[in-house]
Design a protein around this ligand. Structure first.
Ligand code: YSA
Length: 243
């Protein structure tokens, strides 16, 4: 610990309380919370999400690969929470009730082999969302995200979509949020790619969906005006005790 002041009893880390608050906001919009493993196989982290074999995200520099013997299934520390989209849909297809509409959010730790700086950690949290039903639109996606940001960052926040590429959605967008006079890029999102449904065992001719994912710490930094992500994990109680 860098600080001599003891932690105040009952205090939660700002990232923990942000995740709880985010889940409550999405809960009011009908989303339940789902979870999945942090040690993931290549299929759930990349293949099933239509991330091509030569995509740079699979590179040694970006991903923590677990050592395996030749011929063994390759494992990674998950690089995003999108892997849980596949796990949840697999569970739905194998469940007693069979395929059905659902809305979930997935908060969780993810890992990337990168040099840390003011906005990058090698271990951080994402919050993923997935809504699956027989018809789902970009307009609904926009409404849900706007409702979320108005509650989490304040009623003056608004959002805009810019087209972008992620293998697991088509169309794909980056979402910018208007906060304290600036547009900030905070979310990846889009309409679930039919190949993702097929990989998870759901019929893409029947099921449609939207998905989104964002970095939790980046939103905590914005909301509280903290200038460096590393402060959150320095163990300095002078920071923690302010929340
Ligand atoms: C996209 C489309 C979907 O339908 C669903 C999810 C997504 C998001 C996608 N899985 C993804 O991981 N995109 S991302 O690489 O751009 O990361 C998402 C967010 O994580 C970023 O916007 C950023 O807020 C945060 N992030 C990324 N690298 C980070 C980081 N936060 C802290 N440290 C890092 N090193």
């Amino acid at each position: 610990m860098n600080s001599e002041a003891p932690a105040k009893p009952g205090h939660l880390h700002p990232v923990t309380s942000a995740i709880r608050e985010m889940c409550l906001i999405f809960g009011k919009l009908g989303f339940s919370v789902a979870q999945g493993p942090e040690l993931e196989d290549e299929f759930h982290n990349f293949d099933a999400l239509n991330v091509p074999p030569d995509h740079p995200a699979r590179d040694m520099q970006d991903t923590f690969w677990i050592k395996t013997k030749p011929g063994e299934k390759r494992h990674v520390l998950r690089t995003h929470t999108s892997s849980v989209q596949i796990r949840f849909m697999e569970a739905i297809t194998q469940g007693a009730l069979g395929p059905q509409p659902f809305k979930i959010v997935i908060p969780g730790k993810v890992y990337r082999n990168e040099a840390t700086d003011a906005t990058h950690e090698a271990q951080f949290y994402q919050l993923e969302g997935l809504y699956v039903n027989k018809t789902v639109s970009m307009a609904e996606l926009k409404w849900v995200l706007e409702r979320f940001f108005k509650e989490f960052l304040g009623p003056e926040s608004k959002i805009r979509f810019r087209s972008s590429y992620f293998g697991f959605v088509e169309p794909g967008v980056e979402v910018d949020v208007w906060f304290r006079g600036k547009w900030l890029e905070v979310v990846g999102a889009g309409i679930v790619h039919p190949k993702v449904f097929s990989a998870a065992g759901l019929d893409p001719n029947v099921w449609k969906g939207f998905a989104f994912g964002f970095g939790v710490e980046r939103l905590v930094l914005m909301r509280y005006g903290i200038d460096d992500i590393r402060h959150l994990y320095s163990g300095d109680l002078r920071l923690i005790n302010q929340f």
